[in-house]
Write a new protein. Structure first.
Length: 154
């Protein structure tokens, strides 16, 4: 995807109380741009349906694990969502690694400069990398490449 201009301009006027009327990048539109490029290059989502078996509990829940994109034995997640989502992505990588579906994961996040121009609560690259460095070499136990994307400075 080298050379693709992903962010042609701000795309959404905020209705959030903390950023009312401010022009922001839309996480949904950015996700759509990346999704189109990933699919163009042969990456596709992967979903595994699960069952719940808890003794003494009957449940009609239909749980699943889903990865945004998989190609070969590499999984990729694009995360323009809330802070907790980036940690959940690492757990999904671990699940697919444990069932021998992938060998590595790629987490794509906005850099803090881009994150500041998006809706509130969005995760960002520096936060995840800092968290992983503080956790040491044991987490995540699956190889993961963290990619931060940014905007051009004005």
């Amino acid at each position: 995807m080298q050379g693709v201009r992903l962010f042609p301009g701000k795309t959404k006027i905020s209705r959030e109380k903390t950023q009312l009327g401010r022009e922001l990048y839309s996480p949904k539109e950015l996700n759509a741009l990346l999704k189109a490029d990933f699919r163009r290059f042969g990456w596709h989502p992967k979903r595994v349906n699960l069952t719940i078996e808890i003794p003494g509990l009957k449940s009609d829940a239909k749980p699943f694990k889903e990865i945004d994109f998989v190609k070969g034995r590499v999984a990729a997640e694009v995360q323009f969502g809330k802070y907790f989502s980036m940690q959940y992505d690492l757990q999904k990588f671990q699940y697919f690694y444990n069932i021998n579906e992938i060998d590595a994961g790629v987490e794509i996040l906005p850099m803090s400069r881009l994150q500041k121009q998006m809706s509130s609560g969005v995760s960002y690259y520096e936060m995840l990398v800092g968290d992983l460095l503080r956790m040491g070499r044991t987490f995540p136990p699956v190889p993961v490449w963290i990619i931060g994307i940014d905007i051009e400075q004005a």
